[in-house]
Design a protein around this ligand. Sequence first.
Ligand code: ATP
Length: 969
Amino acid sequence: MGTEQVFPFSVVSVVEDVLQHHGGRLSDVNLASRKAEEASLRRYEAAGWLRKTVGVVGGKDLPAEPSEEHFRLGLRSGIILCNVLNRIQPGAVLKVVEAPNDSVLIPDGAALSAFQYFENVRNFLVAAEEMGLPTFEASDLEQGGKSSRVVNCVLALKSYAEWKQGGKLGIWKYGGIGSSKPPISGKTLLRKNSEPFMKSLWTMPSGDRDAMSDHSSYNDSGHDRNEGSSFSSLHSLVREYLCDKRPEEIPMVVESLLSKVVEEFERRMQIENETLKMTQEEKIPSEIECSISKATSVDEEMEEKDDAEELQVNEELEEESYETYDGHDESSSQNLKKRELVEQQTKSIQELKTIVYQTKSGMQFLQKRYQEEVIYLSKHLHTLASAASGYHKVLEENRKLYNQVQDLKGNIRVYCRVRPFLGDQPSHYSSVSNVEEGSISIMTPSKYGKEGKKTFTFNRAFGPSATQAEVFSDMQPLVRSVLDGYNVCIFAYGQTGSGKTHTMSGPNELTEETLGVNYRALGDLFLLSEQRKDTIFYDISVQMLEIYNEQVRDLLTTDEIRNSSHDGINVPDANLVPVSSTTDVINLMNLGHKNRAVGSTAMNDRSSRSHSCLTVHVQGRYLTSGSTIRGSMHLVDLAGSERADKSEATGDRLKEAQHINKSLSALGDVIASLASKNAHVPYRNSKLTQLLQDSLGGQAKTLMFVHISPEPEALGETLSTLKFAERVSTIELGAARVNKDNNSDVKELKEQISSLKAALARKEGDSERFQQSGNSSSHEAPKLKPYGSSPIRFGSHKPRDDSSSLEGQKKDISKLKRRSLDIHDIYRNSPQWPHSVNHVTNVKEDDKESSASSEWIDKTMMKRNDSLTSDDSLVGQWDAETKQFSPLLSPSSLSETSKMCLEPSLHGYDMTITDESDELDIATSDSSESELNWLSSHIPKPTTISNGLPSKPKKSSTQPKPSRIPEPR
Ligand SMILES: Nc1ncnc2c1ncn2[C@@H]1O[C@H](COP(=O)(O)OP(=O)(O)OP(=O)(O)O)[C@@H](O)[C@H]1O
């Protein structure tokens, strides 16, 4: 192994560095050369002492003042040195090879001699070292060697000899130049000086070199001849450096140079050793740790670094491992282990890499699919969201449209239902001849009409065979409006026994089929609220009230409640009972019916003369927004609308009748006011209107369910009821109103024309009779006109003037035409709601509400009221100017009133407030009896219905009732 392979640096490079970097230091070579002279003197001293000690003959090869060359050559054989040493220290060199011949003097002597000389020198040096003398290198005796060290050795020996000759006094210590250097050990001598020595051999002439190369010991040094080039370059370098030096300076320069080289060499070796030590003690463990940590954290690194960086790290790792392995043989086993470990880790890393790559690609694939699915789902979700919002919009739109349709149908709608015959009563006696979807035809006896048939149009008409379910299905949309936040009022109107309770509640014995509107409405609300529970939560609760004699009772409690609501909006003290099922409702209704007061009556129980009201309160809360909506529904079973019979109109019955009339009249006022869109609606005129206030008008939807009985006996009341209902229906209908009004008016106009024709014919006949019998008919009882198309008894006191009747009829026609367009005319011409006596007569200045509707209060009602009681205070007088009744008129003044009515032109009576009066009976102006008779004829008797209820016999009256039923002329 070459030097440059053993060491990380070459000797040549060391020398070059010394020459280049330490050239400055070599400048002191001059100083050394100055010392060379001193060295020469010392050499002379050494040579002289050697000559003196061994004699001139023995030292014949050594001049007294030899040059350095001669000094070296003289001592080169080692004979002089060995002999001198043996003289001073006998036996120090046991065998001294003497020169066999003169060849010793020949510089280039035989090889054997050279070898023997070398043995002499070597033996001398060993002995000198054992004696503690400063030694020199054998090569110092060769050309280029350090003769100064030889001089030093000789002078040291001289000093030792003198010390020995002097009796060995004190401790011998060599104090010559170079004595500070420690003695060179034999081993060190050999190792350290063998190389320069061998180098010098290579510089020897070829013959010597060949001779030397034959000796095996020289080959043991392991030097390869091929390495000579580096040495030759070194030599050339040194020679070049020394070429300008004087020969005597060269040894000193070379010595200095070599010492520098040696120092540099040692310095480098020390550095190298330290580096190696660090590498072994620190670097290797850190590399292992680094490798392990890199291996364990490879996953994280893989994520953080790209592949190129990872590869670089691994390559560096491997390079470091190889360097470590190559650079340190002694730790090769460790390096092997380390390398194996690194290889294992590298393998693991590769496997991990593969797994990571697979996982990564798998993750990327999954991520891609996930993103695709997310995109797909988001699209799908978007579609669903838009569909959902669209669905909600459509739902909302549907609700709006639904309620708009309800609005278009009219805020107040009128339905009519014909009760079937009860028991075994044959149907051919029915006064109802035909029932179509929106109209009812009534068979009128010839005395009522010319054609024997009268048709009334409503929003909906139900015949006797209509089932409860059919009836409810038609009002179901209205009921459902409650859940959308509307207020709804459904009230049943009709005379006693016409089937109001049956429609609203059902018969006494309830079955699923016979359940009335009340149950079905609530059941429907429950069903709908259940269907909507995902979006809205509904609270449904009910109240049940009765209004009897203007007193409000809570039917869900036994205590009488006080109407503390001054606004009349509601009855706040009434029990409000939450319900959640139809069963709850049935139980409550049973309780209500039980609590409903039942009085002894002439023909029916108290329920006929009291209003019962089932109020359903609905509060809905949207689950998403939290907003709430409120709706309410009044289901009212009104008291019988028939007029109280005069014969029974006493005491409690009279009081009941008054209250019923008052409340129904107030209800009519409210409806009329709403229809005319008056700013003020007189809700406060009765408990009934107060109770229903929130469900009458505004956004509220009202349904009047008119009931009629089919019995011919009830025809009068039936016609009255139908007339009124049709009028309300005609007035209140919205968009459908025009066509309906037109149809109705056309019919009426036709009837008017036929009536006029009949009047003309009659007039002609009367004229002839008048001429025959003279003017003797002034006291005849007025003949009742047929209960024709005129709805009511307005203008019943209007004088019957045949001569003016035609003109009056024409006026009426024009008024009818106008009425169809003018709502006020319609009201004026409308049949009145039954007015209570108190309502009409007790008109107070501060009660403007009632006066607001006084214009369409039938004057005849006063007379009818008058007929209901003998109390003069109840008699009213119609003031044509103020258009108000004046109470407290005496019976005599009634006659005057009649006169006034009969002679309106004289008293400024406004004819326009009456209409069709000529169609009705005419009371004689001077006969209050006739007037009473008229009133009797127009107050229908309570219908005797075969409903199992007792029919009270009629009290005697001045005129038998049958006579008051309109008779055919
Ligand atoms: N559509 C109908 N089908 C069968 N029976 C009916 C019908 N309408 C009414 N009735 C029966 O006629 C009778 C009288 O009906 P209901 O009591 O409902 O009349 P009303 O107008 O409520 O009388 P009131 O004013 O006294 O309360 C009852 O026995 C009832 O069952």
